[in-house]
Design a protein around this ligand. Structure first.
Ligand code: B4P
Length: 193
């Protein structure tokens, strides 16, 4: 199954994806993690994207599409994946559709986490204080939320129009409560034709 875990920055995508790996047995593919790993390793790509990550801006579509394509072709992703942080723009969603279609696959399900902006801000500022991630500062967070509203939210309509089930899940509350809600939603979810 290809499941897209969707939501604004700080909605718990990365947190919930880790729990879903155990429940669904599919690998967790986080484009944010892939980019941060490149940046920390100081690869040419990592050096190119480090400033973009820190500013909270989106990496260009063609760059992230190459990163994702490489990762999706790894043996562990042949049966499926939990995609976290991708697609983040409508062109990325179209590129993913095309890539999957080449292998006779498609996105089966979108789980969209719903969290109010006050809570998002609190979570990200707390992580910034605890872990020092370069983009968890007030200026970059505001940029990430703006890009989410303008560029990422329209991706949901792309999937609805394509007939892919989009399930909204309340992402507020503690981590286990949100996980239980996602599991309940998955059990009742229609599968895309
Ligand atoms: P991401 O790594 O995807 O960062 P994110 O949107 O902030 O989400 P993340 O998964 O880290 O946080 P989560 O909500 O789980 O992207 C980072 C950057 O990479 C982007 O800004 C962009 O530059 C680049 N990028 C990535 N993908 C891209 C793409 N496709 N195209 C272009 N650029 C791309 O958790 C946040 C915090 O909340 C954590 O501290 C967590 O512990 C806490 N939390 C989670 N659930 C909670 C709960 N229920 N209660 C309390 N706290 C909770």
């Amino acid at each position: 199954m290809i499941c897209v875990l969707f939501g604004p920055p700080g909605s718990g995508k990365g947190t919930q994806a880790e729990l879903l790996v155990k429940a669904l047995g599919e690998p967790h593919i986080s484009t944010g993690d892939l980019l941060r790993a490149e940046s920390e390793a100081g690869t040419p790509l990592g050096r190119r994207v480090a400033a973009t990550l820190a500013a909270g801006e989106l990496v260009p579509d063609e760059v992230i599409e190459r990163v994702l394509e490489r990762r999706l072709q790894a043996p562990d992703a042949r049966s499926g994946a939990i995609l976290d942080g991708y697609p983040r723009t409508v062109p990325q969603a179209r590129a993913l559709d095309d890539l999957l279609a080449l292998a006779g696959r498609r996105v089966d399900l979108v789980v969209a986490l719903d969290v109010d902006e006050r809570t998002l801000l609190d979570r990200l500022l707390r992580r910034g204080a605890e872990q020092g991630r370069s983009d968890d500062n007030p200026v970059s967070i505001e940029e990430r939320l703006r890009e989410y509203r303008e560029l990422t939210e329209p991706v949901l309509d792309h999937y609805r129009t394509a007939g892919v089930p989009v399930i909204k899940v309340d992402g507020t509350g503690d981590v286990d409560t949100v996980h239980r809600r996602i599991m309940a939603a998955l059990e009742q979810a229609p599968r895309s034709p």
